[in-house]
Design a protein around this ligand. Structure first.
Ligand SMILES: Nc1nc2c(c(=O)[nH]1)N[C@H]1C(S)=C(S)[C@@H](COP(=O)(O)O)O[C@H]1N2
Ligand SMILES: [Mo]
Length: 527
């Protein structure tokens, strides 16, 4: 009888010890959230550790995550961190039951990891970034010490069985109070962190984009095919793909934003405010953006109309010469407020193409996720070597002297967009009726232009698709092919030829180091 009772007590205490660990973890995170409101939202431990994890993830794993979780990859990562933390919290709670001090010390070690991650982030503002993790960890450690104390200290209460010798009431009271206080701290922290982006939101709402002095030519009606299922020529902002390493979308106040241009061969260092850029003559251009991580047939390509300032003009004002005219810098490194760095060939930016600092996207100020207040856009280059969002610094340097973020991770230094084509309709494994099935999609070879698209069914001959009118060489091009479909299983394959005459190769490569090659196929069953 006695043995059973002790065992049951031990079981309860074990469960409560695990609960103590979880409560201590919860308190650490919520207190950290509260403190981060006074420092920076990005300095909170989960964000900092998540960011550090992203930076250290091997390219292959990153690609796998993007493939499998798509744009939810960041949510999955954060969820993973929280689950791992919860498991550790349970272990630490059980440990504290035996060794109170060691349990609390373990909580502090976790705090130190969070603090180290926060301070070493590229956008860290210094030692203060350690505060959220440290203060949170101290709160968690103290709480665990107190709770474990209730579980281990006996209290002589008349009538209580000696073997249950722990302070049940005291524990429940302390645990409930801690849970309530942590929830409150977390809620206040969240609210304050939300408020710190209000200025940024207000500054965006106040923007009125001036009419461009050089408007885009209207998209010809013939550039849009009326085929159900084809990608719309212009990708609406809320459906535009998003690829970046930011766990918290930077919310930059346009009123305090500055852009600096400096570095090798710069004769006059320049600094611009957002208003400075708005006051300049603006150009408006149709440009299709593509990510180097886009698989054959993948979704990371989108088209928008951008408004901005011609980047070459700013560079010329700074006294920069392109390398072909004897300038010493061949690499333009753009740096964002979140510490991202991207490297672009100076030659490409100054060769007359419509490279710009974009302020507007499809008629509105840049959305926050797409880089508000200002981002770079360079036709013909993958995003990771050109399209810096939340940009705040441009440094002229050389490819020999400096490797930006992705190049340090084995991606190519130079990466023009490869010629690609995609079948949008029919979808893979569709079951169309026999008869005429319209196969259609998009093809792109930015800054060269698409000259031809061909379709092949099974092992048949390549047949020319009908091309929609080309808008500009910097935009994608729609195509369609009326297929006389016969019953049975079929594989449809597409290939494009760019304006240099190069035919899209059959040879498949990986996304790393400089983007996929290969042809998109879709398997369907005709009924
Ligand atoms: N600051 C910052 N800018 C960035 C990135 C990033 O991670 N951080 N990713 C780049 C990559 S890889 C691409 S493909 C484009 C994507 O732009 P989008 O998210 O607006 O589509 O942004 C580029 N600019
Ligand atoms: Mo990208």
């Amino acid at each position: 009888m006695t043995t059973v009772r002790i065992t049951r007590t031990a079981l309860t205490r074990g469960t409560l010890a695990a609960l103590s660990g979880l409560l201590a973890g919860f308190a650490s995170l919520t207190v950290a959230e509260l403190v981060s409101a006074a420092v920076r939202p990005e300095a909170s431990p989960v964000t900092a550790v998540g960011g550090a994890a992203i930076d250290r993830t091997p390219a292959g794993v990153k690609d796998w995550a993007i493939r499998n979780f798509g744009e939810n990859d960041k949510f999955v990562l954060q969820l993973g961190i929280v689950v791992v933390l919860a498991l550790f919290a349970v272990v630490v709670g059980l440990l504290a039951l035996r060794h109170r001090r060691t349990g609390s010390a373990a909580v502090l070690v976790f705090g130190a990891v969070g603090a180290a991650a926060a301070v070493s982030r590229p956008d860290s503002t210094g030692a203060v970034d350690a505060l959220p993790s440290l203060v949170g960890a101290v709160a968690g450690a103290v709480l665990l010490y107190v709770l474990a104390g209730r579980l281990t200290q006996s209290r002589a209460v008349a009538g209580e069985r000696p073997e249950s010798g722990w302070d049940r009431r005291g524990f429940l009271l302390a645990a409930t109070a801690a849970a309530a206080a942590s929830t409150a701290a977390g809620a206040v922290g969240r609210t304050l962190n939300g408020r710190s982006s209000q200025d940024a939101i207000a500054s965006r709402a106040a923007v009125k984009l001036p009419a461009p002095v050089s408007p885009a030519r209207p998209i010809p009606a013939g550039a849009r095919l009326r085929v159900p299922g084809i990608s719309s020529f212009t990708t609406p902002n809320d459906r535009f793909y998003r690829v970046d390493t930011a766990l918290v979308v930077p919310k930059v106040d346009a009123n305090s934003w500055r852009l600096r241009i400096h570095g090798q061969g710069v004769r006059r260092e320049l600094e611009f405010t957002y208003q400075d850029l708005l006051n300049r003559p603006l150009i408006e251009r149709e440009i299709t953006l593509t990510c180097v991580s886009n698989e054959v047939g993948g979704p990371y390509v989108g088209h928008a109309r951008w408004i901005g300032v011609r980047l070459a003009d700013l560079l010329k004002e700074a006294g920069v010469k392109s390398p072909s005219r004897g300038g010493p810098a061949d690499q333009l490194v753009s740096r964002s407020v979140d510490g991202m760095t991207l490297g672009t060939p100076v030659e490409d930016v100054m060769d007359g193409r419509d490279a710009m600092l974009a302020l507007g996207m499809n008629g509105e100020p840049l959305p926050f996720v797409h880089g508000f207040p200002v981002r770079m856009i360079v036709p013909g280059l993958y995003g990771y070597v050109s399209a810096c969002k939340w940009i705040e610094d441009i440094e002229l340097t050389t490819f020999d002297d400096y490797d930006p973020y992705w190049v340090k991770r084995k991606w190519a230094k130079r990466a023009p967009i490869k010629t690609q084509s995609r079948i949008d309709t029919p979808k893979p494994f569709a079951r169309p009726q026999a008869g005429t099935v319209v196969v259609a999609g998009v093809a792109w070879a930015q800054h060269r232009g698409i000259d031809k698209v061909e379709v092949r069914v099974d092992d048949g001959p390549w047949r020319p698709a009908q091309l929609a009118e080309q808008d500009t060489v910097d935009t994608w091009r729609q195509w369609s092919y009326p297929w006389k479909a016969t019953p049975g299983g079929h594989t449809i394959t597409v290939r494009a030829t760019d304006a240099t005459g190069e035919v899209q190769t059959e040879k498949r490569t990986r996304t790393i180091p400089d983007g996929v090659s290969g042809r998109h196929s879709v398997v369907v069953t005709v009924d």
